[in-house]
Design a protein around this ligand. Structure first.
Ligand code: ADP
Ligand code: MG
Length: 270
């Protein structure tokens, strides 16, 4: 009896494992800039609606890996990629992938906020307009929702025609996140999104990330280990183009399996 119970529990656990597909999965991913081998055999599984942090010293390949997840590296000359990056089980490097659709689904936030030199309203309406939405009322609804998502609506609702580049850096970064949210991505890639912000603004963006993960799968690159430890569910540690260790954030920071991870988190190298 008990034995049967045990087995059926085990089977259902296995079945559950099989049916929860990773949101993103890289398989034997290698990337070369010309002859320079920048990513070596990366196998990473990103879970849906969680925050995954990529940490490691400068130059280890964090940004390169992040860009590989929505084919931003395609824009760099001399890049060669082998292996797969599957989003919802489909390899995005397959011939004939719809790149516009991919970048709508997998959006990116950069180190320096990069609003367009347009009004606040037009920044957010930009994406929806490209995707064919022309109705003013509909656009207004989208702008309100997107600004509310990043807690900017109450502050900016009477200033929507102001020039976006006059906002504070923090508000510009929030606006960039709102601009993404307006095109309803499923995955948000963030490359050191707080590096231009002061500690208070950083804390507020981290709080925002907690809100965002209800709706989005987030992958964040950060050289700030405390930030990774605070905000993420999963952490990957990279060194010289390799994913040295990947696991639950708590485990990686408290009981790392790899010596190199331990050396890094205890500050042995920068
Ligand atoms: N466009 C490029 N062309 C050639 N080499 C590059 C390019 N971008 C990055 N690299 C190299 O690839 C390695 C990883 O860079 P990067 O992904 O930017 O690291 P990180 O984000 O961890 O600081 C570094 O050695 C860097 O010099
Ligand atoms: Mg980088």
């Amino acid at each position: 009896m008990e034995k049967n119970g045990f087995y059926s529990m085990r089977t259902s656990a296995l079945r559950k494992l099989k049916t929860t597909m990773s949101k993103i999965e890289t398989k034997n991913l290698d990337l070369f800039y010309g002859s320079f081998h920048a990513l070596l055999d990366i196998n990473l599984e990103v879970e849906e609606k969680m925050i995954t942090a990529l940490i490691g010293p400068s130059g280890c390949g964090k940004s390169t890996l992040l860009r590989a997840l929505n084919r931003m590296n395609d824009l760099i000359e001399g890049v060669r990629i082998t292996g797969e990056v599957c989003v919802d089980g489909k390899n995005i490097y397959e011939h004939g992938t719809d790149l516009i659709g991919l970048r709508k689904k997998v959006g990116m936030v950069f180190q320096r906020p990069n609003p367009f030199p347009l009004s606040i309203f037009d920044n957010i309406a930009y994406g929806p307009r490209i995707h064919g939405i022309k109705n003013r009322g509909e656009l207004e609804g989208i702008v309100q929702k997107a600004l509310s998502d990043v807690m900017l609506w109450d502050v900016l609702k009477d200033k929507l025609d102001r020039f976006a580049l006059n906002l504070s850096i923090e508000q510009q970064q929030r606006l960039c996140i709102a601009r993404l949210s307006a095109i309803t991505p499923e995955i948000v890639l963030m490359d050191e999104p707080c590096s231009a912000l002061d500690p208070m603004a950083t804390q507020r963006i981290e709080e925002l990330m907690f809100e965002l993960k209800k709706n989005y799968t987030i992958v964040i690159v950060t050289h700030n280990m405390q930030q990774a430890a605070r905000v993420s569910d999963k952490t990957g540690f990279m060194l010289l183009g390799k994913l040295v260790e990947y696991g639950d954030t708590k485990q990686v920071f408290t009981t790392p399996h790899e010596k190199q991870t331990e050396e890094y988190i205890t500050g042995r190298y920068g």
